[in-house]
Write a protein that binds this ligand. Structure first.
Ligand SMILES: [Zn+2]
Ligand SMILES: [Zn+2]
Length: 59
């Protein structure tokens, strides 16, 4: 825990996304400004996410 890594954080579950995770990232379909990250498990279980910019919620 001595070297903090700048890992992207899953928008759905707030967990850091590992480099080997089968994650997806895309811009918010509503505002187009916020980059949405979804980890492998959130994608698999279709957990909802919420855009931090415009509060858009989507699957
Ligand atoms: Zn997740
Ligand atoms: Zn948005």
């Amino acid at each position: 825990m001595s070297k903090p890594l700048q890992l992207p954080v899953c928008t759905s579950c707030s967990r850091p996304i590992m480099p080997n995770d089968e994650c997806v990232k895309y811009y918010c379909p509503n505002c187009g400004y916020v980059l949405i990250w979804r980890c492998e498990s959130c994608r698999e279980f279709a957990r909802p996410y919420k855009c931090v910019g415009c509060a858009f919620e989507g699957p």
